[in-house]
Design a protein around this ligand. Structure first.
Ligand code: ZN
Length: 163
């Protein structure tokens, strides 16, 4: 188990285009394992390779805590609907912002043997897929935020007040 250093907003590596994965080496497998470890350690629902400083088109996602997904060279095939809600990013620690995303996405990606597969997601999974895939093209969700970024801790306090 190895936790890698998560790059934060302002680090130029987060604004670069990632390269396609053409072969899976031992180093690629180690990277994938470390990305899962790093995501779970940071209690995130997704992590893209550039967030640990590697410019490869690899994304890990787990929106439930026990449904790990690995997407290599992912491409969005179809989107529909709309959802608007708060979103955060491990590279923008402590902050959240409102972003509108599709409510459904269908992606094509490759697994650890570079075999192609398709995946559908709705709601949080659709949001996570869209968010993580943008990292591979050098974009952060803050570019899309409607209104201001807020402190995530304030957000939770507001939710508690409503109860
Ligand atoms: Zn992110």
């Amino acid at each position: 188990m190895a936790i890698r250093n998560i790059r934060e907003i302002g680090d130029p590596v987060l604004n670069k285009n990632c390269k396609e994965v053409k072969e899976i080496t031992d180093r690629t497998k180690e990277l994938i394992n470390d990305m899962f470890d790093t995501m779970y350690d940071a209690e995130g629902v997704g992590l893209a390779a550039p967030q640990v400083g590697i410019l490869k088109r690899i994304v890990v996602i787990d929106v439930t805590g026990d449904s790990p997904l690995l997407l290599i060279n992912p491409v969005i095939l179809e989107t529909s609907g709309e959802q608007t809600g708060y979103e955060g990013c491990l590279s923008v620690p402590g902050k959240s912002g409102v972003v509108t995303r599709p409510n459904y996405v269908r992606v094509k990606a490759y697994d650890e043997e570079l075999k192609p597969f398709e995946l559908e997601g709705t709601e949080l999974l659709a949001r996570a897929i869209c968010h993580e895939l943008e990292h591979l093209d050098g974009h952060l969700y803050v570019e899309r935020v409607e209104g201001d970024l807020v402190n995530t801790s304030d957000l939770y306090e507001e939710e508690e007040d409503e109860e």
